[in-house]
Design a protein around this ligand. Structure first.
Ligand SMILES: [Zn+2]
Length: 226
């Protein structure tokens, strides 16, 4: 049943290598700029407070365990900041401003963010039902079941693709807010951009992985048909 398939490696290895490289890049870039204190002396928590006040955001700030686990939760309207993002560093301030970029998107009903939120339940269901249905469909040679699987994978890929404009836009907003509120100098902004660009790369890699997985399963279905 499970034979060696060279095509699997063609589809899976390149995006996997890209994802590993992106992970290394984001960790190393964050570590580099986590050692650069801001010249204003502002830390991550203060950055959050300044940006919340200046933009009139109705958003709470909480702590979250882990490293680079920071996120914005649109349901509870809270920005969750990890320990490393609460420090005084160019990297911390960049990450915090990015999360507040998501809060700004939420406030302005930014389309891709709303769309992404709306498909979350379907993506979660498709994410675990999809692969099972596909494998069962493959074993039973049932094209209908395989299609159910493909739709599950398709939803995951769609989610990963909608994530790209959401993430790029949050970073663009972050840099603009840091500049207009004079939280970072021009030189420090370049470092902040490097941190956010590295983070964006991980989302590009995730989208590439989702798309190639989808393509691989479509190819398997095509073979089954022949
Ligand atoms: Zn983000």
């Amino acid at each position: 049943m499970f034979y060696f398939d060279p095509l699997y490696f063609v589809f899976v290895i390149p995006p996997l290598l890209l994802a590993m490289w992106a992970q290394w890049k984001v960790q190393s870039t964050f570590a580099k700029y986590a050692r650069v204190p801001t010249s204003t002396g502002v830390n991550g928590i203060q950055t959050a407070q300044v940006l919340i006040n200046r933009n009139g955001l109705n958003v709470g700030v909480t702590s979250v365990p882990g490293h680079l686990t920071d996120h914005y939760d649109p349901r509870s309207k809270t920005v969750a900041l990890s320990q490393s993002s609460q420090q005084n560093s160019v990297a911390s301030v960049a990450v915090v401003a990015h999360e507040l970029g998501h809060a700004m998107q939420d406030k302005e009903n930014y389309g891709p963010l709303k769309l992404r939120g709306a498909i979350v339940p379907a993506v979660q269901l498709g994410g675990w039902v999809g692969p099972i249905m596909f494998i069962v469909g493959l074993m039973l040679a049932s094209e209908a079941l395989m299609w159910v699987g493909i739709i599950g994978f398709g939803l995951a890929a769609l989610f990963a693709i909608i994530t790209l404009p959401v993430e790029f836009d949050a970073s663009r907003r972050a840099l603009a807010m840091l500049q207009s509120n004079r939280l970072l100098t021009e030189q420090e902004l370049k470092g902040a951009k490097k941190v956010l660009d590295a983070a964006a790369l991980t989302y590009v890699a995730a989208a590439a992985q989702a798309l190639t997985t989808l393509l691989y399963y479509l190819t398997l279905m095509g073979r089954q048909r022949d």
